[in-house]
Design a protein around this ligand. Structure first.
Ligand code: C5P
Length: 234
């Protein structure tokens, strides 16, 4: 497995309405967190500038854009995104054509491409509605194999699927797991949730945590608690 410093194993999702609020949280978390995810909510409120500013502050940045389009468009979008100097970028992992186009767009840069397998808020019933008869775990594994074959660096999946993905891919493939909750914590709108210990124990390299930290009364203490749970699992 690639060596991942404990501090980088926790990625805090900056799902907040404004860049100012996100910056206040980053300042508050200070040394407690070194890796942040900027996603769709902030994209339309200055999120790309925030991503560059976080990089300038020495943080690692996961740009969660969940790209999905025709190959040519995805290739050119990834090619432009790599100029931002971020560390991780997501692309929906539905088909090999899109995945391969993203790999071409990434070129020789250090940008790590992660394929979104099946969103962690979806259940078997939701997939049936989309027209897929597969169970979430089977569809996740199928898409993880496609991403591996296309030359992606890793996938986004729930901790519940991490062990099967690790076995089907290899030690270098990155497994990044959202839907992380402490035992007894509220699940919000997430469905396929797992504790940090179990996700890391099952082979996840990084856990993504949003609301349990961003909405905590004491976000620093909450981040330290997640680090503690990660340490327990290693
Ligand atoms: O607040 P919470 O910890 O549930 O946030 C999870 C984060 O992970 C959100 O930013 C969400 O967009 C992201 N995510 C997810 N499931 C995926 C991919 C990304 O929950 N499959």
């Amino acid at each position: 497995m690639p060596h991942t410093p404990i501090k980088d194993r926790l990625i805090v999702a900056l799902d907040m309405p404004t860049v100012e609020e996100a910056q206040r949280l980053v300042a508050k978390l200070d040394d407690a967190v070194g890796f942040y995810k900027v996603g769709l909510e902030l994209l339309f409120a200055g999120g790309l500038d925030l991503a560059e500013s976080l990089k300038a502050q020495g943080k690692r940045v996961f740009l969660d854009m969940k790209l999905l389009d025709i190959g040519n468009t995805v290739e050119r979008a990834v090619s432009n995104a790599r100029e931002l100097g971020v560390d991780f970028l997501t692309v929906h992992g539905h088909d090999l054509k899109t995945l391969r186009a993203a790999v071409t767009g990434r070129g020789a840069s250090d940008l790590k491409l992660l394929a979104v397998t099946v969103m962690t808020n979806l259940t078997a019933e939701d997939l049936k509605q989309q027209g897929s008869a597969l169970a979430p775990s089977d569809l996740v594994l199928h898409r993880a194999r496609l991403a591996y074959e296309a030359g992606f660096d890793g996938v986004i999946a729930s901790g519940q699927e991490a062990a099967a993905i690790r076995a089907a891919t290899g030690p270098q493939f990155l497994i990044v797991t959202p839907g992380i909750r402490l035992p007894g914590g509220t699940t919000d709108d997430q469905e396929r949730v797992m504790t940090p210990e179990n996700a890391i124990g099952a082979g996840a390299n990084h856990i993504v945590v949003g609301r349990p930290i961003t909405q905590a009364d004491d976000p620093v203490q909450a981040a330290l608690t997640f680090h503690h749970h990660i340490r327990q699992a290693i």
